[in-house]
Write a protein that binds this ligand. Structure first.
Ligand code: GTB
Length: 217
């Protein structure tokens, strides 16, 4: 059965792979699962039909037969559990890869996401400079810790896993800030993820949505 995911009809990032459908697309590409995409406008995301799938009126969602999921992490986890290639078979290694999935979303993404929101929405506020400095300090600490753990390894724990997939998508959110570039091993890690054929297919697919002629202009 071919799953259907939802994505922005017109992504604010102009198709640079920052919206969270990217991680779902990438996971599906890694395991070789074809998928359909239903594109949504911002208003359609808040309608009851979509809220039945996503209580918070957000993308991405995932539908496959009787199953409907929201939350990109849960969707990537589901894909990784149903197909070989994104989680190790050995129980302890699998548990550690899952820990990295949680670390990406619960420990590394929050300060990065807060920084993005502040950059986007609070630039005209009197507290902007102080708040941004404090958020960037928090991001720097996390990146430094992550860099120390990664060391010279290609991936966070052995072979590429769903933990790396999520972590790379989280770090990409810092593109243009110079923060990742302070750590040569993290820059190389992100580049390694982006060089994967499955990543490129997913990126090209979401970019094609942005470049396609659109009824909403
Ligand atoms: N925790 C949820 C998950 O992981 O699935 C969060 C989902 C979420 O934040 N979805 C966003 C959304 O639907 C899109 S990805 N927002 C609309 C709303 O809440 O009304 C976040 C996002 C949006 C845009 C960019 N960008 O343009 O750079 C990057 C990331």
């Amino acid at each position: 059965m071919i799953p259907t995911i939802t994505a922005f009809e017109r992504s604010p990032d102009r198709g640079r792979g920052l919206a969270r459908d990217m991680r779902v697309r990438w996971a599906l590409e890694e395991v070789g699962q074809p998928y359909d995409v239903r594109l949504l406008s911002f208003s359609a995301m808040k309608e009851s039909a979509h809220r039945a799938l996503s209580p918070f009126g957000q993308i991405p969602t995932y539908e496959e037969g009787d199953l409907a999921l929201f939350e990109s992490g849960a969707i990537v986890f589901h894909i990784a559990q149903c197909h070989p290639g994104l989680l190790p078979d050995e129980a302890n290694a699998r548990a550690r890869a899952i820990a990295w999935m949680f670390a990406a979303l619960n420990t590394v993404e929050p300060p990065i996401f807060d920084r993005s929101l502040t950059f986007l929405f609070e630039r005209d506020k009197p507290w902007y400079g102080e708040r941004m400095a404090s958020l960037e300090d928090r991001v720097r600490v996390r990146l430094s810790e992550l860099s120390s753990r990664l060391g010279e390894a290609d991936w966070l724990d052995g072979a590429f896993s769903a933990g790396d997939l999520l972590m790379v998508t989280v770090l990409r959110r810092l593109g243009g800030s110079g923060l990742v570039e302070n750590h040569a091993n993290l820059s190389a890690y992100v580049a390694r993820g982006e060089a994967r054929p499955a990543y490129k297919r997913a990126f090209d697919a979401q970019l094609a949505v942005f470049n396609a002629p659109s009824s909403t202009g």
